[in-house]
Ligand binder design. Sequence first.
Ligand code: PLP
Length: 398
Amino acid sequence: TSLFAAVEMAPRDPILGLNEQFNADTNPNKVNLGVGVYFDENGKLPLLKCVAQAEKQMMEAPTARGYLPIDGIAAYDKAVQGLVFGADSAAVKEGRVATVQGIGGTGGLKIGADFLKRLNPNAKVLISDPSWENHRALFTNAGFTVDTYPYYDAAKKGVNFDAMLAGLKAAPAGTVVVLHACCHNPTGYDITPAQWAQVVDAVKAAKLVPFLDMAYQGFGEGIKEDGAVIEQFMAAGLDFFVSTSFSKSFSLYGERVGALSVVCESKDEAARVLSQLKIVIRTNYSNPPTHGAQVVATVLNTPALRTLWEEELAGMRVRIKEMRTLLVEKLKAAGIKQDMSFITSQKGMFSYSGLSKDQMQRLRSEFGIYGVDSGRICVAALNKKNIDAVVSAIAKVS
Ligand code: PLP
């Protein structure tokens, strides 16, 4: 018999499966709100001007493509540190932060997970309930037992913060806690700075290992505002992990640009951690690709391009907020009795709409409006042309 005779068919990715279903749908008014991607007002994936200009510059002075260092482009890693920890960060200046280029935010998480598994093989991992689905799969595949801490409160349309805090406080020392730094995926609900302060205290008291996933910096309130949580962890003197993704903030999904940063107690410790991160990378994919990180480094390190990027990122952020406001207004005008204003209190690309699995399935089959069964819709895929179709469909299933 064949070597592969006993291989089972793995379940297909639920969101990618939804995309396939969407593409096959012949409804001319179909709208895809299932994706985790920002579309512009014309429903198109944007190519940012700052990216196009950086690429033009790069093409005017083409370079050979040697192997990069295992930890990536030095100027890129430095730019990531400036963005994540702030230009004046003491930890960065003291050389206490080890940063490596990663294959997207997912790659940053995976490098961190593999390193943590070597460091503390018996640690458990806690992710939020619910979380980005890949958190569970990624840490499970890295060999960890993954459990959840309470997060979403459906009745309250927000975060059950008391339960979250109690869940963290009850975790054994050494537990890795994956926290969404901003723009929680899938719910859209973030905790406040005052609540973050309590999380930091709890994590410190219980000796947990914080792993901040920052996939949407700049999509919530602003680059600095969204990064403020990092400062809180630094001020507490904690050792922690931060994964960074530029997929959304640079609209560079397919280039796979991200990073992992590990904040350590001393420069010497950071050097040893970096050496271990390099082993993880070396034995997985040897060294990272050149193009995307070169684009991001060029933009972040060229003042005019950086200003342009900040404007373009603000444009995406503001447009999403406008869509949230418009959605709430139009749902109200369509006669929905329930107060839907919670949609404007959510941050980032996603909204837990509060719609049931049954309603989400009706939206899909009867109206060609594709969202996730959990009720998650991508607000960044709404625009002035498709929002009326979405609202009228929601009104009909409500
Ligand atoms: N973390 C979260 C919370 C995400 O939502 C995503 C992307 O959807 C990622 C990480 C991964 O980002 P990337 O596409 O850069 O790997």
